[in-house]
Ligand binder design. Structure first.
Ligand SMILES: C[S@@+](CC[C@H](N)C(=O)[O-])C[C@H]1O[C@@H](n2cnc3c(N)ncnc32)[C@H](O)[C@@H]1O
Length: 369
């Protein structure tokens, strides 16, 4: 554990702060601390099933919630008030609380809502051990792979990204790709590179039983979860391997390749793209989902979640991209559409189409040899 800095160097001088601006600045900093604590409360609400118990229940008291969940009324009252103070529950008197339909879509409905977000709240951004290693990264330049973040991080990534994979990939995204749906119906060979815990591949495998699906990921934790999910699904047309993009076959074998939210995490994205070029059939399709971002700082500043994204980059994506010495370290916002197109064309792909499905965080690219 690193000790915090003991203070400024003796003799450091700076202008006396303006008192109004000082107050505003201090408030802004403490709002981030408030966000950290509210995030912990959201995690507890998700983990204890509180949002699910409140969904559709109308005005609810702590006593009623305690009866419904079997949890302590006093603890629930404090949690309910914290949620109302944060604007996540509605309450006029601090005694009775309501989760609105919008709140239920974002915080309670994991299976049916594209907007479900509570799964992204893991109770802490990183364990103390990971925080120490991130601080080391600033000195060594080398980051942590997804596996270094531990099994709970793989679970967090799965729950954060699952809604779009489960609810939009088959009904919205695949039909927009030229000829892909028909091909999957007839029987295609598909690889998902950086498949994580396999939510997307399992959704496709269930929808297209004539096709064969293979998932690759460098994270043992993610592949272990994928295997459990595959066993639960009973699907026989999907396999997972603990392997990276570099392990793709060197011959054209796949009619469809997916890389969902992972090229920017890869230490060697250019090599991965070349490997995909070799492994895809001449009439195949590569579907890239990657973060909606821009190389222009001015444009990036319009993103209301920019601070979260850069922070996530340091903690996860850029760190993963630097987890091998000499890694590219593109980071969360680093594979913007211009760079994506350039890198694809450099690797020998000739067709690059951008799809915008109103996914607030991502764009989708349909790429062909
Ligand atoms: C943000 S997660 C996305 C997982 C999944 N595609 C999804 O949408 O849920 C990024 C994944 O990329 C994987 N990854 C990073 N570099 C990789 C590489 N070179 N080859 C394969 N997978 C890689 C990580 O282990 C991690 O599971």
């Amino acid at each position: 554990m690193l000790d915090p800095s003991p203070g400024l160097e003796p003799g450091t001088e700076f202008e006396a702060p303006d008192s109004d601006r000082l107050l505003q600045f201090a408030l802004q900093v403490w709002r981030y601390k408030q966000g950290e604590v509210v995030a912990l409360m959201v995690h507890l609400g998700d983990r204890l099933g509180l949002y699910r118990a409140l969904a559709g229940a109308g005005q609810t008291s702590a006593a009623t919630l305690a009866e419904r969940t079997g949890l302590s009324e006093r603890w629930l009252l404090e949690w309910l008030r914290s949620q109302a103070a944060a604007g996540l529950l509605e309450s006029v008197d601090g005694q009775s609380f309501e989760l609105t339909p919008e709140g239920a879509a974002v915080l309670a409905d994991e299976v049916g809502s594209l907007w479900f977000a509570a799964g992204a709240f893991q109770g802490g951004v990183a364990s103390p051990d990971v925080v120490d290693r991130l601080a080391d990264g600033f000195r060594t330049g080398v980051g942590l792979s997804y596996d270094d973040l531990g099994p709970s991080a793989a679970h967090g990534v799965e729950r954060m990204l699952a809604p779009w994979s489960r609810l939009a990939l088959v009904p919205v995204v695949v039909p927009a790709l030229d000829g892909v749906e028909d091909r999957l119906r007839l029987g295609a060979r598909v690889a998902d590179v950086g498949c994580g815990s396999g939510v997307a591949l399992l959704a496709l495998a269930g929808a297209f039983p004539q096709s064969e699906f293979e998932g690759y990921d460098l994270s043992r934790h993610a592949i272990d979860r994928a295997e459990v999910r595959r066993a639960e699904s009973g699907l026989a047309n999907v396999t997972f391997q603990h392997a990276g993009a570099a392990d793709l076959p060197a011959q054209p074998m796949y009619d469809l390749i997916l890389t969902l939210d992972c090229i920017h995490d890869m230490p060697r994205p250019a090599e991965a793209i070349s490997a995909i070029r070799r492994a895809i059939t001449e009439d195949g399709t590569w579907l890239i989902k990657d973060i909606r971002s821009s190389s222009s700082w001015e444009e990036s500043r319009r993103n209301p979640m920019l601070a979260m994204m850069y922070g996530t980059s340091v903690a996860t994506c850029m760190s993963s991209g630097l987890s091998e010495p000499g890694g590219a370290g593109l980071g969360t916002l680093g594979f913007d559409r211009t760079l994506a197109e350039t890198m694809c064309r450099d690797a020998g792909f000739t067709s690059f189409t951008v799809h915008d499905f109103d996914d607030p965080a991502n764009l989708y690219y349909e790429v062909r040899p």
